[in-house]
Design a protein around this ligand. Sequence first.
Ligand SMILES: NC(=O)c1ccc[n+]([C@@H]2O[C@H](COP(=O)([O-])OP(=O)(O)OC[C@H]3O[C@@H](n4cnc5c(N)ncnc54)[C@H](O)[C@@H]3O)[C@@H](O)[C@H]2O)c1
Length: 326
Amino acid sequence: MKILVTGGAGYIGSHVVKQLGEQTDHEITVLDNLVTGFQESILYGDFIKADLSNFKQIEEIIKKGNYDAVIHFAASLVVPESVENPLKYYLNNTANTANLIKQCVTYGVNKFIFSSTAAVYGEPAPDLIPVTEESPVAPINPYGSSKLMSETVLKDTAFAYNDFNYIALRYFNVAGASVDGKIGQSTENATLLIKVAAETALGKRDKMFIFGDDYPTEDGTCIRDYIHVEDLASAHIRALEHLEEGKEGGVFNCGYGHGFSVKEVLETMKKVSGVDFPVEIKERRAGDPAILISNNRKIREVMHWTPKYDDLELICKTGLEWEKKI
Ligand SMILES: NC(=O)c1ccc[n+]([C@@H]2O[C@H](COP(=O)([O-])OP(=O)(O)OC[C@H]3O[C@@H](n4cnc5c(N)ncnc54)[C@H](O)[C@@H]3O)[C@@H](O)[C@H]2O)c1
């Protein structure tokens, strides 16, 4: 198949491109504006530098490309920024996505895989954990809303156009780097816990913070479902196969179905790095649910996705090894 990967120079997209290159004979084209991505992270395929907001150019690319599928990672994804600058998020994440979908429908690209997020669940009530795809969606920031709106565009488009099929993968907390050490997360000013912990262990930061240790969890810190980026990448390979086989698409959670507390993660990073780095407790941040864990039964049963790296030490170790390189 011919596959267009938007945002393929970014953290998750580059890992998917790597697996596509290593494991399939699909023809890959990466489209990215390199705003947060890195061209050197693209290990396979062709590269087009373009911005999704350039609707004319995007139409030309889709028209000429003869693609069979689009995997759409490109987005803006800093939650606090989305609160301060919501229009950036609705334009980049929703309007640009709607246009991309429109071009796909117009030019016969009928398989679409979309990067969604657990942020669509907002702050689920404790009795709804682990969340399933049927749990109520109630995003609490423009980032989550912008992604949920794109899911709606996809659902309605697939309903209206029989040929068009999609899978929206709702990622939980993505972490780690490729196990062979070739690529990882290079994002500047990253806010993701495991990356920040790796930076602190290596002295790139003086100290790091835990936001709230008075949550109703065993050690008082928030619990999240951390998924290794290579397992997440393999979910995309499975999703592509699923669409290729003409099976029913829709929304799928992507997590391990269990979680670790912030303190457990930091202890693990201290263990694998051998560095007892300083950690300071701060006030809770607005909008952090105490526990967010996926129910992943659907993706396991329907797509036969089997994770290989469900191991917090390995997640921390691969993240740390990558951080040493950059
Ligand atoms: N990282 C996570 O933990 C996480 C969790 C849930 C969902 N997601 C979703 O996964 C996707 C990928 O995230 P990531 O962590 O790899 O982020 P990233 O910033 O590393 O990758 C995004 C890529 O998209 C490109 N891009 C952004 N806007 C563009 C535009 N208008 N035109 C062309 N290219 C554009 C960037 O240059 C970058 O290469 C996003 O859609 C994000 O919302 C990520």
